[in-house]
Write a new protein. Structure first.
Length: 156
């Protein structure tokens, strides 16, 4: 929190604050709750993908190890099975990433909406003229992130 004299505006002073959005995503209880919610929502699918990856690896290793001793038709069947499983795995993995990204964006949007309301309340209560987010550098004395996280913790 600081007062800044702006050239060309005479004696006009601005009260400026700063909010670290990434800290809000890491530290705010709403963000931590959202992360746990997403983990729970997607853990079963993630485990299925891990199981499928192990199955693919086992099939690949088996084919490499026993491919030379297999008959031509058996080897082709195993290669086809490996190719089919690999394509299915890639499809499921892509869908998983897309679904997870979509849900993360939804949860992040809700957190940002709550944070913006808290920032507005802090700005109104303390008569800030300007509150910045995501800057290259800022003096720690301008940082009001802790107050925003506390406001989010209090359920505001």
């Amino acid at each position: 929190m600081s007062l800044l004299s702006v050239g060309g505006l005479g004696a006009a002073e601005l009260k400026v604050g700063y909010v670290d959005t990434q800290r809000i995503f890491r530290e705010a209880p709403a963000a931590q709750k959202a992360a746990k919610k997403l983990e729970s929502e997607f853990s079963r699918r993630d485990q299925e993908l891990q199981r499928m990856a192990k199955q693919l690896q086992g099939l690949q290793e088996s084919l490499e190890k026993n491919g030379v001793t297999m008959g031509e038709s058996e080897r082709r069947a195993k290669e086809k099975e490996l190719g089919d499983l690999s394509r299915e795995f890639q499809r499921r993995q892509r869908e998983f990433r897309e679904d997870l990204n979509l849900r993360q964006n939804e949860e992040n949007a809700a957190i940002i909406e709550k944070a913006n309301r808290a920032i507005k309340q802090i700005a109104d209560a303390d008569k800030y003229d300007l509150i910045l987010q995501d800057v290259v550098w800022v003096s720690p004395r301008l940082d009001v992130t802790d107050r925003v996280i506390k406001a989010l913790s209090d359920g505001k």
